[in-house]
Ligand binder design. Structure first.
Ligand code: ATP
Length: 309
């Protein structure tokens, strides 16, 4: 990742459970003011990686530097400079939302305004509710507020929107963007490709504890990168004439009944060939769209598996 002044540097990280590698030679770089997304299916090794970086889990091999310090000793001085939002979270059942954020703020020399944070994360209406009465989504946003109220330089967010509805997800995304604009480095794990595509400067796709691809969202989705054209029309059309009319390297198929896919180098000429062919068949190409491949497609190509397992 360019310009890394080293908020986080991971080299050749290996973590094993009962001798089996959960993380198997991973490299990561994260600079201040950047968002790095670790994207991968369940069990890919995301949480294990984050826990090592947080100083919560020991590693079997490799080097890790968090804000220039090895987190293995988890020195207090380092803990004060990082924010951690773990998966699951948890708090004393009786503690109230605003009270909890305020308590965590008192541990920091220069905290964010707890009231602003509670409002920003859509928690104002439940500010006086005890933890045990919160929905899972509210608990998750409270955990995020606690992770960032101390104005950390580096924040670890492990699946920060896993239990949120679209509105809650947008609030969290807005806060992550605000942190980034403030120069905070954010390491985010997710199995939501839209989250990674929307927020991240750099994405590392991991599977079986290894990086299988990395780059900016644009580079990853454009890599090797042909576009695709999809349209809907009557099922079972004879595609032979269309296939002959398309330029070399373009293919056409009907992946499901009435849903057609043209793959290859999609240019205006290809678009015109497809629509003219449809016109000659007397059919209207419905829902016609040209799209780049998604991160989901990239993952499927690389691993042969769906991102959501
Ligand atoms: P998820 O999206 O489900 O949280 P993940 O990508 O975060 O998955 P990890 O939780 O890091 O993946 O798990 C990586 C692998 O290590 C998995 O095969 C998991 O079963 C295994 N694993 C994780 N924690 C332990 C543990 N404490 N003991 C043994 N194996 C573990």
């Amino acid at each position: 990742m360019s310009g890394s002044a080293g908020a986080l540097e991971v080299r050749d990280l290996v973590v094993r459970y009962q001798g089996r590698p959960a993380v198997d030679g991973l490299d990561l770089d994260l600079a201040p003011g950047q968002v790095l997304a670790l994207l991968g299916p369940n069990g890919a090794g995301k949480t294990t990686t984050v826990e090592v970086c947080e100083g919560l889990r020991t590693r079997d091999a490799g080097q890790v530097r968090v804000l220039g310090t090895d987190p293995a000793g988890a020195p207090d001085a380092l803990r004060a400079r990082i924010g951690v939002m773990p998966q699951g979270g948890g708090a004393y059942p009786g503690v109230r939302v605003r009270e909890m954020v305020g308590l965590v703020a008192t541990c920091s020399a220069n905290p964010l305004d707890p009231d602003w944070l509670v409002e920003t994360l859509g928690l104002a209406a439940c500010a006086r509710k005890p933890y045990k009465r919160l929905s899972v989504g509210q608990q998750q946003r409270l955990a995020l507020a606690c992770a960032v109220v101390g104005r950390p330089e580096l924040v670890f967010l492990d699946e920060p929107t896993a239990s949120l509805d679209p509105q809650g997800r947008r609030l969290v995304w807005d806060l992550v963007r605000a942190l980034r604009a403030d120069g905070v480095a954010v390491l985010l794990t997710t199995h939501l490709m839209q989250e990674a595509e929307t927020l991240a400067d750099h994405i590392v796709i991991i599977d079986h504890g290894r990086s299988v691809a990395e780059g900016s969202p644009d580079t990853l989705t454009a890599a090797g990168a042909d576009r695709e054209l999809r349209f809907r029309a009557a099922a079972g059309m004879d595609l032979r004439l269309l296939a002959d009319a398309l330029p070399e390297g373009c293919t056409v198929s009907e992946p499901s009944a009435g849903s057609y896919l043209v793959e290859g180098s999609i240019d205006p000429q290809v678009l015109s060939t497809v629509t003219s062919w449809c016109a000659r068949q007397g059919v209207l190409a419905d829902d016609l769209r040209v799209a780049r491949r998604s991160l989901e497609d990239v993952f499927l190509e690389l691993t042969g598996r769906e991102l959501r397992s």
